[in-house]
Every structure is written in structure tokens, then in C-alpha cells.
Design a protein around this ligand. Structure first.
Ligand code: FES
Length: 112
């Protein structure tokens, strides 16, 4: 089973699991600030579940690309919507600042 490392924790999930669900089920602070309550619950419309992912995951789908093409996101930034990403192998996840996770400062890294 793939291992996910985020915010100082490492846990396993089924191959093909939804990254947003895996992170939330394991108590990871996926959302910044008020985005914890104001988010689209995985429908690719709010853009606040954005993270940087290293490792084997599904290719970005059109919803992921479309939402990240809109400000404040940038289509060229190395980010993904967790809610549109499937875990295919071991992954390491980093969260950046800003309401949408669009910033340049890390909020947490794989190590903590
Ligand atoms: S939870 Fe809203 S875009 Fe992912």
C-alpha cells in the first residue's frame, strides 16, 4: 500500500485513494484558516485544497487544471488540487500559505 507523508505523519492508504480524503482522515490540516469550513468538499470549485505533491499520483484531470488556471492560482505553479488527485505510490505532501494554499511560504512540510 502507498505511504503518504504529510505534516510530520506517515500513513498508508489504498492505491488509487483520493488524496483529500486520506489527508483529512489522518488529521492533516489540509485547509488554511477559514477554508477549513468554507470549502467545496471536493468538487474542484473552491481551489483551497491545493498542495504540492512529490511522488506517484494521477495525472492532473481537467477540473484540476481548470481551477488552478484561475487566480490566485497559477497554472505553472507546482501544485495540485488534493481533491482531484489519486495516490498511486508513496507521496510526500507540502502545504503553502494563503487562503487557497497559493502562497510561497510553507505552512507544513512532509516532516512537520
Ligand atoms: S476541496 Fe475545493 S477544490 Fe478541492
Amino acid at each position: 500500500m502507498p505511504k503518504v507523508t504529510a505534516q510530520g505523519k506517515t500513513f498508508q492508504c489504498e492505491q488509487g485513494s483520493n488524496l483529500r480524503k486520506v489527508l483529512l482522515e489522518n488529521g492533516i490540516d489540509l485547509y488554511n484558516g477559514n477554508a477549513k469550513t468554507i470549502n467545496c468538499h471536493g468538487f474542484a470549485t473552491c481551489g483551497t485544497c491545493t498542495v504540492q505533491v512529490e511522488g506517484e499520483v494521477s495525472a492532473p484531470n481537467w477540473q484540476d487544471k481548470a481551477r488552478r488556471s484561475l487566480p490566485p492560482h497559477s497554472p505553472t505553479a507546482n501544485r495540485r488540487l488534493a481533491c482531484q488527485t489519486q495516490v498511486l505510490g508513496d507521496v510526500r505532501v507540502t502545504k503553502f500559505d494563503g487562503f487557497w494554499g497559493e502562497g510561497s511560504q510553507t505552512v507544513w512540510t512532509p516532516e512537520g
